[in-house]
Write a protein that binds this ligand. Structure first.
Ligand code: KIV
Ligand code: NA
Length: 264
């Protein structure tokens, strides 16, 4: 039986072979990603990517659990990490524990992720001490986009660098096994990676991070617009459009179904 990558195995990759990760929200894409990724994140980006929301703020816990279950079912090898959605962990460590435990029990995932640095350290410690592995997420934290005034690259002003480095160190000291560093200027991502004793997972960060993550649909070319930090490896949007338009033509001209596709 194939064994899943464990949390300590990810933590041990600090400074080692780069950690490969992607998001996935469904059993079928997760099964493909599972062949290559060390961990798969069921990101709350699914609210925007899959459900057309304008931000991740409106993502409900039940939706994360539903997609988390699908990804766990579709995979056998990667560690599955599920995002805690906005409003399910910020209030107190006890609330965070209750919701993180619900996610873990109902999905079978191996860890949760939550946004915030120093301010979430106490909560991270509380969860880890009680058996819930936590991946932290600092820099551009989309759930705080209303406070930040949008999705803004962090660290453009060097005066803010120390606070972001302190965030990374604080989540590590609190017991997080890894930290996503999103949307920060490259030299700051390098400094964070050097200062932080746990693996940094970059997105819009630096190749010097201990690993990288991208939103699968972004790198597959499924969105009309992609941010600068995304490298588009696939061409699925145009491929899907070609297929759908051909099908539409075939239906209208009765070219589908043919002899091959009907029961005689
Ligand atoms: O929700 C998400 O997809 C994420 C990644 C971009 C890190 O948090
Ligand atoms: Na997220």
């Amino acid at each position: 039986k194939i064994r899943r990558t464990t949390v300590p195995e990810i933590a041990a990759r600090k400074g080692g072979e780069p950690i490969v990760s992607l998001t996935s929200y469904h059993a079928h894409t997760a099964a493909i990603v599972d062949k290559y990724a060390d961990f798969i994140l069921v990101g709350d980006s699914l609210g925007m990517v899959m459900h057309g929301m304008e931000s991740t703020v409106g993502v409900p816990l039940d939706l994360m659990i539903m997609h988390g279950k699908a990804v766990v079912r579709g995979t056998e090898k990667a560690l599955i990490v599920v995002d805690m959605p906005f409003g399910t962990y910020e209030e107190s460590p006890a609330v965070a524990f209750r919701n993180a435990a619900k996610i873990m029990k109902e999905t079978g995932c191996g860890a949760v992720k939550l946004e915030g640095g120093k301010r979430m350290a106490e909560t991270i410690h509380f969860l880890v001490e009680r058996g819930i592995p936590v991946m932290a997420h600092i820099g551009l934290t989309p759930q705080s986009s209303h406070v930040m005034g949008g999705f803004k690259t962090q660290g453009r002003d060097e005066a803010g660098w120390d606070a972001l480095i302190e965030d990374a160190v604080a989540v590590a000291e609190a017991g997080a096994f890894s930290v996503v560093v999103e949307g920060v200027v490259e030299p700051l991502a390098v400094k964070i990676t050097k200062a932080c004793p746990i693996p940094t997972i970059g997105i819009g960060a630096s190749a010097e991070c201990d690993g990288q993550i991208l939103v699968l649909e972004d790198m597959l070319g499924l969105n009309e617009w992609t941010p600068k930090f995304v490298k588009v490896y696939g061409d699925l949007g145009p491929a899907i459009e070609r297929a759908v338009s051909e099908y539409a033509d075939d239906v209208k001209t009765r070219a589908f179904p043919t002899e091959k596709e009907v029961y005689k």
